[in-house]
Each structure stands twice: as structure tokens, then as C-alpha cells.
Design a protein around this ligand. Sequence first.
Ligand code: AMP
Ligand code: GLY
Length: 427
Amino acid sequence: MTETVLLVGGGGREHAIARAVADDCALYACASVRNPGIRRLADGFEAIDETDAAAVADYALDAGADLAVIGPESALEAGVADALDDAGVYAFGPRAEEARLETDKAYQRRFMEENAIPGCPDYAVFDDTEAACEHIDEYDGDLAVKPAGLTGGKGVKVIGDQVTAEEAKAYLRDSDYDRVVLEERLVGEEFTIQAFVANGDARTTPAVQDHKRAYEGDEGPNTGGMGSYTDTGFSLPFMTEGDYDAAVDVLDAVVDALPDYKGVLYGQFMLTDEGPKVVEFNARFGDPEAMNTLPVLDTPFVDVLAAARDGESLPELSFSGEATVCKYAVPDGYPTDPDAGAEIAVDEESAGDALLYYASVDERDGRLYTTTSRAFAVVGRGDSIAAAETQAEDALAAAGDRVRIRHDIGTAALVERRIEHMDELRS
Ligand code: AMP
Ligand code: GLY
């Protein structure tokens, strides 16, 4: 039987999801942005705000969908999974209560503590800005300052890395967040593991390293993610297999504590000299991390979705064993002062063997323009990170000079630096 799937969301991550399912299902999609890549793959598309839970559920019923995949966290927070489930459309994405694992960082840390999930840093929660500032003054060591709610990955300030203690306090006083989490600064190398979760099963995918800082050499402000890479196996060059397994144990412990959780569980880890610690959990695929893992997943993703819906054990996953390198092209000035409306010169043919994923672009009269967010990404694949990196760079040669790219992502020099960093920490 051919499944009818509704995809919620219109970014690069959702373009990757669309490509992973389009050949095996009837695909409908809705999002506030008109992603040209998704629209080309879908049998139907409706411009609907992905946080309008009732409108999404109505569209799912109109389209005859019996399954839905939810991309963005904003939709999860708005209760889109709840509305779809209540309408009888199985949503592969957690209900708003369980998505608090991502949408409420104070809840997330308390959940870890109460359920003895390994890898929780020392933390404290504050509803009062001055009390938080006092904690910064008194704490013995550097802290990460994190607004409790969603900030698109851009709200966190790390003392001793991006800001001084004085700047962190000024940031808190200027922003006036209702609630903040102050936690021990973790030092090490970051990696992500995404798991497909349903019916008490968790099936994990290869570890990914994202690059959040805007400029080459990990300089500049945090972004939604400038690009990312995976290796040919499940682990990354700076990790041991034991580090990967320890992180998977953390995800398994979360699923044991939340047996009804369904959707993607994303663990963001810091590999410290004491092993992996949890930076955060997300309740959905990463963007860009979905673009690294879905193209190398050989198991049809629709089979995972259908098993999840049918209450069955999830299929064991198989992967192609290729390394991947993803690089985003973003508007000049992103993220602080993005140059929207610049025409971008890229098309699927010029990408060659690399995969092209559209994110936030405006399509007018057959031409593509930047918006204020990440514009498009390319993913190279190969039998090594270096080969995948070369393929991604070849595809970007035609991108033009109105977009900015972190050319260092996936290069031998940067990968080597990560290995040296871990070696130093562990010696
Ligand atoms: P988040 O929004 O929690 O993903 O945080 C964004 C980024 O801030 C992470 O990817 C890390 O680079 C950094 N970060 C968050 N928490 C910590 C921490 N406890 N120690 C060091 N860096 C952190
Ligand atoms: N790549 C970071 C995120 O999706 O949150």
C-alpha cells in the first residue's frame, strides 16, 4: 500500500525529509515558506503557517494523509503533533508535553536529574535576572547562559568563550528573559546523534558535527548551523566507538523515561575529557544534520514511519557507509545583518553529484533570491570526509559572491584540529 505522508515545514531539513520519502509515498507538504525543492517533490503543497495546528490538521485530512512528519520545533511547541494525533493522523513527532525536552531547557535539566539520565552538567534555574547575575558573580568557574525557551540556537552565551562575565550579565539585563538556565561550561568537541524513536525503540544514526559559529575558524556569532559532516562509520574522527556508545546510552535512558515518545530524538553532546555530556536535547531532526544522515540511510524512511504508526518494532537501519559534508550558503551579513533579496545563482545541474537542498529562498519569476535566513545547502558524499568535502566544494563553485559559505567545514585541516583538541584535553 502506498502511504500518504504530510510533511510539515519548509527548510533545508524538510527538503531532506521530502527527498527521503518522495519515491515511496504520496507526499503532501505545508509550510509558511514556499521551498522550491519540496514543492517539486510533493504531489500537493499548501502555504500554511506550520504553527497553526488546526490548519495543519485540516490540510492533513484534506490530503488524505495517514502519517505526518513534523520538521520544525516551533510546530511541536504549538501542538501540531497533538492536533494531528487527535484528528487521527499519526504524527511522527512528539506531543507538545514531550517536546518540552527541547522547548523548555529548565524542564530538560530537571527531567535529566529526576530520571538520573547520565551526562547532566551542574545547573541552576533562575526566574529573576538579578539573582542570575549574582550567581554569575559567585560561581567558581565559567557558565553557559541559556534562555529557557526557544531561540533558534542563537540565545546561548558562553562565558569564557563568546562573552565575559560582565557581558553575560549585561545580556541578561538587556534581554529580560522570564527564565534562564545557568550551567557549567562544558569544554570539548560537540557532536550530534539523532535517533528514530517510537514504541519504546530507539534506532540511532551516525554522529554528526555541526558548525554553529558564523565564520571560518569558529569565529563570530552563533547561527542555526553553517554546515556539518559525518564519517564513513557511526563515530567521528575525534571520538572513540566507546564515546558513541556512551552517547547512545544517554538517548536510550531518555526513551526509557519517556516510553510514549515518538519522532526524532536529537542529542547534542559535548565530548569532554570525562566522556560525553549533554548540551541539549532536541525533539526533531537537526538542520543541517538531517541533510547528512538521511541521504546515506538505505532503509526506506517510510518503512520507519509506517512501523512507528502501526505500533511495531522499528526496522534496524542500514546506511551506505559514505562520509558526508554539508555546507550552507547564507546571505551576506547573516545572522546579524543579512542581505535579503540578493539573487542567487545555483541550480540542480551545477551541483553535479552533490545534493542540493533549498532552505529559505524566495522564488520570483523563476529566479531565486536570499531572505534573512540560510539560503541553500549542498551535500557531498564520498568514501572519506575529504572526498565528500571536495564534492561539496565543486558544487558550490557556481554559488556566486552574494552568499557566504564556511569553506573550512569538512577540510582535513579542521578535522585534524578537532582530533588534536581532543587529544590535548585527554592527555
Ligand atoms: P543550544 O541552544 O543549547 O544548542 O546551545 C547552542 C550552543 O551553545 C551549543 O551548541 C554549544 O556550542 C553552546 N553551549 C550550550 N550549552 C553549553 C554548555 N553548558 N557549555 C558549553 N557550551 C554550551
Ligand atoms: N543544527 C542545530 C539544530 O538543528 O538545532
